[in-house]
Design a protein around this ligand. Structure first.
Ligand code: CTP
Ligand SMILES: C/C(=C\CO)CCC[C@H](C)CCC[C@H](C)CCCC(C)C
Length: 298
């Protein structure tokens, strides 16, 4: 009988599996998985190993709770800061909104390594966008008034705007953390294009976008080109960050070509005249996710 610590399941089924069988306290007998069994037979570790695992699990919970609180505080501080800058007329409201759009998601993805290595860490990280979704709904329905939030993330200061672009955006952050997390390049590439690429396209396009795209007069060539370039650069930067921290092992020649293709797909989708049908904060991340999943396979 050989003993080996291994998962042989793809991410999602492992994700479901680890929700049912919390890994820290169990050893997996992969050599004993009957061909018909969907889950490995579990062997309860000796009492001492269980005690050590319980201590480790407790430490992980404390760490992840502190990380969630810190990231939430960072989110609140970011929005508050840009509200002050807008109120003091140091930056225009449109630029404030776009910088919050660019920085929120990228800083959220950059924060993921501060969470523990426990499988449950992604749930703690996802609490931050979840709470922000609730915040957007509450203020979007005018159940409460938060002028700091409204002025920082709406175009014209109408609270109802919070229920569209910003809400879809934060929902995508939660989806990327829950489904892809740190072990997959898909989530970070998606956020790099939705937050970085789309945000830069807006800033550059508004300022320099005189030459419009033939099939969409509200978008410009320079805006789309800047989306492609910034989406590609930020994606590579995020992948290098996660690779340097040991979460991803990448063949960079292969990766560069795939990331360029994904950023091209995101740019083309963003340029389409479909915003009346589907918000950019839904179409761009979903297109990026699909393209990234098909090219990276996980
Ligand atoms: N490829 C692009 C994208 C944007 N823009 C410029 O940026 C403005 C706003 O772009 P858009 O993506 O529509 O941003 P919003 O929808 O206003 O903001 P958000 O995506 O955050 O909802 C456009 O009107 C256009 O002037 C551009 O020229 N070319
Ligand atoms: C204006 C926005 C989208 C419209 O295109 C961005 C809305 C941002 C939310 C109000 C705040 C989201 C915060 C993130 C969930 C967490 C960020 C944490 C980081 C450390 C700042």
């Amino acid at each position: 009988m050989s003993l080996s610590l291994s998962f042989t399941h793809p991410i999602l089924s492992r994700h479901v599996y680890s929700a049912v069988f919390p890994p820290p306290r169990f050893l997996f007998l992969s050599s004993h998985i009957p061909t018909t069994s969907r889950f490995p037979i579990l062997y309860r570790a000796p009492q001492r190993a269980t005690a050590l695992s319980a201590t480790a699990a407790t430490a992980s919970i404390f760490r992840d709770t502190a990380a969630s609180a810190s990231v939430f505080a960072g989110a609140y501080a970011l929005v508050f800061t840009f509200n002050i800058l807008t109120q003091k007329e140091l930056i225009q409201q449109n630029l404030s909104r776009k910088l919050v759009h660019i920085l929120s998601g990228l800083l959220f993805a950059i924060s993921w390594p501060i969470f523990s290595n426990a499988d449950e860490a992604r749930y703690f990280a996802s609490l931050v966008p979840l709470i922000n979704c609730l915040r957007l709904v509450i203020h979007g329905l005018s159940l409460s008034d938060d002028q700091s939030l409204i002025k920082s993330v709406t175009r014209e200061g109408n609270p109802k705007e919070l229920l569209r672009g910003p809400l879809y955006y934060v929902a995508m952050l939660m989806l990327c953390a829950l489904v892809f997390w740190r072990e997959s390049p898909v989530g970070v590439i998606c956020l790099a294009n939705m937050c970085g690429g789309d945000g830069v396209a807006d800033i550059i396009g508004r300022k320099y976008g005189s030459s419009k795209i033939p099939y969409n007069q509200s978008k410009s060539w320079v805006g789309s080109i800047s989306m492609f370039v910034s989406g590609f650069i930020i994606s590579i930067g995020m992948l290098y960050y996660y690779s340097a921290l040991g979460y991803l092992q990448l063949d960079w020649g292969y990766t560069m070509h795939r990331v360029a293709l994904i950023s091209l797909v995101a740019t083309v989708v963003e340029s389409l005249p479909i915003t009346m049908l589907i918000d950019d904060n839904i179409s761009v991340p979903l297109a990026s996710m699909l393209a990234a999943y098909l090219t990276f396979g996980h």
